[in-house]
Ligand binder design. Sequence first.
Ligand code: GLU
Length: 511
Amino acid sequence: MSTIRVRFAPSPTGPLHIGGVRTALYNYFFAKKHGGQFVLRIEDTDSSRFVPGAEEYIVEAFKWLGIQFDEGPHVGGNYGPYRQSERKEMYRKYVDELLAQGLAYYAFDTPEELAAMRTRLETEKAPSLQYDASTRMTMRNSLTMSRDEVKYRLRGGEQYVVRIKIEPNETIVVQDLIRGEVAVNSSLLDDKVLWKSSDGLPTYHLANIVDDHKMKITHVIRGEEWLPSAPLHVLLYRYLGWENTMPKFSHLPLLLKPDGNGKLSKRDGDKLGFPVFPLEWTDPKTLEISTGFREMGYFSDATINILALLGWNDGTEQEIFSIDDLISKFSLDRVSKHGARFDVQKAAWFNHQYLMKKSNEVLTDLFIPFMHANAVVPIFERKVLEKIVGLVKERVNFVHEIWSQSHFFFVAPTSYDETVVKKRWTPETPEILGKFAEVLEKESDFSSEHLEQFMANFIKSNNYNMGQVMNCLRLCLVGEAKGAHLNDIMAIIGKDESLRRIQTAIIKIGG
Ligand code: GLU
């Protein structure tokens, strides 16, 4: 069997959507599982849609994810160039072959004439408004003109396109590894443009087929939006005589909005506060910035895991998959036929799982910039910082959230949550806390374990109830009803700071 070769073939028309990233990942898992090659091909034949920076963005996104292409414009390879705009000379030959065999034809219709055709068909209530077998004989093309006239126009430099000639009423079957057999009547297809004289470039359809053939692609794994084009692609393989080496098709399900109604869009992300792009993107025209998974604090391995499960599972309840797991377990026959819904909470949950797997050392490195961003000089030694991170990581999904869960270690409260004060702070509180401060001052063992015991003894020997003391002590130390265990907090901030906070609260809140 020949080596498996797959390609990810984005058009550089803007930032890569996470649906595109998922497509690339499935190609990658499939290739690596079978010891094959994963190729990046930039499909940039439509210059009107070209967006500067889009290709660089794609390359950087996969670099961040740690996914390597075996071949591509930035890595080279034996089947290059890997940008279609640099392959320009390769395509015309096939257009000429199709023309010579009568499988394609020249069409000289102007945009106005095409619009007029549509209007006419609309008024006639024609079943189809397409340029196809039912209409082409009424249009200005090489099927309706004499040979001489065609020659004359071509020589005169008239603009033209080359269209594929599709015979009506034929069943075209696409074998799809995910969807099975998809049969389409050829009368539903239009005579798609394969080539434009205006820029001397093929359209997506022709370039895509020629390149897949020349690059010896064995499997085409792409989004569902390309399924309607697949019958045309099958026909092109047949017309070009490449049916025997035609790649096997797989069309992946759409990524849906969180409510399941329709395709996931940038608007949904903006509305619900989640990214639909892997990295931040600045629109070069409007300068509008869209955030990315990386900038929102998702880890690259979590991002891969999240996207991998949007449309695939291994048939078990397992949800956490390392990249090696994904490579060994991925199979196209377990890809769903139905759209996969993007779930923001679930995505955060995944990130939490990956965060919990990271060591306190690594998380501390990642946290330090956020600590500095909050203008805190590191008053703690590295080991203590690691401890703080270890104490709060259970409560966060993202590294930047560590600050909101740990700021009280670094800075004393400047205000006290009013509702908690109202609910917990009684006229007796200052006296109870004063007494607590008095004994605490004499305590020499400030380890977290000992302080836990110490607090329990204090409460018991004075016959206080737990809530009475603990809730108010928390107010003093944290300023609100949240945070780590009080013994952990005191052990870290130390005796002096603990006493200072208790005394400050007694004075500020009062009796
Ligand atoms: N250039 C197409 C895209 O932007 C590629 C489709 C395909 O994979 O055939 O999605």
